[in-house]
Design a protein around this ligand. Structure first.
Ligand SMILES: [Zn+2]
Length: 135
């Protein structure tokens, strides 16, 4: 199971996270949520929540390069470290099973381990660089 925010990171190659401080249209803002394949953010000092495209007028903070390259697991769709051979490193899948009165969490090795990722994890700071159409 993946979150919308994770889908946005995978699909657009940006480091978007809940609560992340970003610059939107030149103003400081905070990411407050995700939905409909877009982000919701609040510009500092404004009450309004702005729904926006993850690559539209947003500048993300730089994310340090990880010690090991990371990839998106083709099986579970999560962001995991890769081995030097360029395949997915060891990781587990996590889930939750519901019983009559309570739930239990489970964890098992992911079948995607040792296989190539769908693509590398990238963290673009200026994903948009789109033409200014506001004029
Ligand atoms: Zn996996």
């Amino acid at each position: 199971m993946t979150s919308t925010m994770e889908w946005i990171r995978r699909h657009y190659g940006v480091p978007a996270r809940h609560g992340m401080r970003i610059t939107y249209d030149g103003k400081p803002a905070t990411i407050v949520g995700a939905g409909n394949a877009g982000l919701r953010l609040r510009v500092d000092g404004e009450r309004r929540i702005v729904p926006t495209h993850p690559c539209w007028r947003i500048v993300y903070p730089p994310v340090p390069e990880p010690a090991r390259p990371r990839g998106w697991c083709a099986h579970c769709g999560t962001d995991r470290a890769m081995t030097k051979d360029g395949v997915m490193g060891k990781h587990h899948q996590h889930g939750r099973s519901w019983g009559t009165y309570s739930s239990t969490t489970w964890s098992k090795p992911c079948p995607g381990v040792g296989k190539p990722p769908t693509h590398r994890v990238i963290n673009q700071t200026h994903p948009g660089e789109q033409k200014d159409i506001s004029a």
